[in-house]
Ligand binder design. Structure first.
Ligand code: NAI
Ligand code: MG
Length: 497
């Protein structure tokens, strides 16, 4: 198979990465104040292939100052249409550089190149275009107070201010863009901190932000560790809001620390999402979707369908089908065009996922397929199917964030008892239902305690569709009108006439 990218593009990228990447603060590329850098590892090889500036408290302080000055100054003077134009210009630059961005994402995260192209380039540019549309449509309302007298009363929606955007490593580029796009549409300024495992595509984004013509300080990109750079954002008293995507554990920590100045917090956290296959489902679609819903991006997806519930009548057929797909998937480096599933992002994630597989086996689950690390230096794990799993096992209750599926069966029971099993988790991000019966589908959709319900495949992540969690999967929603409104404050103005 021919590579879907030019070899010269990869050579150029590697040459560019010979020098450590820098921070982007107040419109300029600068090293960390400490002069320190950290190593960036290619998960397909386990080798260090780049270095990035290790931003920390002092750098965050400078970035917040720049973001505040831009917020009060030049950015506040850019019209809504001007903000929209800048977002669209950024979308076009992302498309222009699509090959380099996707290659960066593949080297850094490990995902297959075509997935990187789709998620990072198409996903990110569509986020920008969608939110560019909102920039000119964020409005308040007129209101009719009941107090005696004559009134003119209305609400204003104003930008919340300086935003800290902290993103994870599983879809680094599109997650970064999905946070800055609504924030900028609303008129906020941003300090973006990518994950330490995958800092590189955010640096490319910074270059495009400079080229697009955003005023200095509107977006600042500080690479660095969670415990230093990330913590400094959350602690900073001049940051008005933190938008975080990552682990539930760090999400809870952020909530505690954010009480300092009561900053606004939105959280998009983990999941343990159920997939329910009824006996009348279109199995030709449901089986591959169930498999790729957990093996896609090696299971490193917040909404991954990690608990599969199958009706007795179709259990054998579905489980054999999913197992067949697990055995047949081509696992390899993301740069190999034949690869369908890449490595896990890091040695730490590899150890975490292998620990869960062992714990499942220890608690009585059967490893029906996979369960082993793939020999070599990269962080590859076989697509894994666990059967004989049951409520109470760690592999059924905790987010694994790897290509590990727990399969359970159900019989002819009422929908309430089935929903209770599907909802028996502290998470509530997503759920998937496969049935041809419209009534079963919609009755189950009402019963699911989750921010998303995908019937017969549903739609993937879309900038127009609210995304977020019930329960410990998060606070607030990203995307859609709610996503942009989450970067605003409402002000009531009343005039006594
Ligand atoms: P993490 O939550 O530690 O990292 C996510 C982001 O938070 C990174 O940018 C990190 O630098 C930052 N961060 C870490 N500690 C921080 C702190 N004290 N203050 C501010 N920012 C901080 O996630 P990690 O450790 O990489 O992965 C652990 C587990 O989290 C995964 O196995 C998975 O279960 C879950 N996860 C969920 C994601 C999602 O999409 N919802 C994404 C990544 C991880
Ligand atoms: Mg962590």
């Amino acid at each position: 198979m021919n590579a879907p990218f030019a070899a010269t593009a990869l050579d150029k990228l590697r040459a560019d990465l010979a020098r450590p990447t820098e921070l982007f603060i107040d419109g300029a590329f600068v090293p960390a104040a400490s002069g320190e850098t950290f190593e960036v590892v290619d998960p397909a090889t386990g080798q260090v292939f780049a270095h990035s500036a290790a931003g920390a408290k002092e750098d965050i302080g400078r970035a917040v100052k720049a973001a505040r000055a831009a917020f009060e100054g030049p950015w506040s003077k850019v019209t809504p249409a001007g903000r929209a134009r800048l977002l669209i210009a950024l979308a076009e630059l992302i498309e222009r550089d699509g090959e380099a961005i996707a290659l960066t994402e593949t080297l850094d995260n490990g995902m297959p190149y075509m997935m990187a192209k789709f998620a990072a380039v198409v996903g990110a540019s569509e986020q920008l275009r969608y939110n560019a549309g909102w920039a000119t449509k964020i409005t308040g309302e007129t209101v009719a107070p009941s107090a005696p007298g004559e009134w003119h009363a209305f609400t204003l929606r104003e930008p919340v201010g300086v935003v800290g955007a902290i993103v994870p490593w599983n879809f680094p580029f599109v997650m970064a863009v999905a946070k800055i796009a609504p924030a900028l549409a609303a008129g906020c300024t941003v300090i973006l901190k990518p994950a330490e495992q995958t800092p590189l595509s955010a640096v490319h984004l910074a270059k495009l932000i400079a080229e697009a013509g955003f005023p200095a300080g509107v977006v600042n990109v500080v690479t660095g560790f969670g415990e230093t750079a990330g913590a400094a954002i959350v602690e900073h008293d001049d940051v008005d809001k933190v938008s975080f995507t990552g682990s539930t554990q760090v999400g809870k920590h952020i909530v505690r620390v954010a009480t300092g100045n009561l900053k606004r917090v939105t959280l998009e956290l983990g999941g343990k999402s159920p997939v329910l296959i009824f006996p009348d489902a279109d199995l030709a679609k449901a089986i591959p979707a169930a498999a790729m819903g957990i093996f896609g991006n090696a299971g490193q997806v917040c909404a991954a369908g990690s608990r599969l519930f199958v009706h007795d009548k179709v259990y054998d057929q579905v489980v054999e089908g999913v197992q067949g797909m697990a055995r047949g998937l081509k696992v390899g480096p993301g740069l190999d065009p034949a690869t369908q599933m890449g490595p896990l992002v890091s040695e730490e994630q590899l150890a975490r996922v292998m620990g869960y597989v062992e714990s499942g086996a220890g608690e009585g689950a059967s490893v029906a397929v996979g369960g082993a690390r793939v020999a070599g230096e990269g962080y590859f794990v076989e697509p894994t199917v666990l059967t004989g799993t049951a409520a109470g096992m760690k592999v059924v209750e905790e987010e694994i964030f790897g290509p590990v599926l727990s399969v359970m069966r159900f019989g002819d029971e009422d929908l309430d008892s089935l929903a209770a099993k599907a909802n028996a988790t502290t998470y509530g991000l997503s759920s998937r239902i496969w049935t041809r019966d419209i009534s079963t589908a919609l009755r189950m959709a009402k019963r699911m305690k989750a921010g998303g319900v995908l019937v017969n495949g549903g739609a993937g992540v879309d900038p127009a569709l609210p995304l977020g969690g019930f329960k410990q999967s998060g606070w607030g929603r990203e995307n859609g009108r709610m996503g942009v409104e989450a970067y605003t404050e409402v002000k009531s103005v009343t005039v006594q006439l």
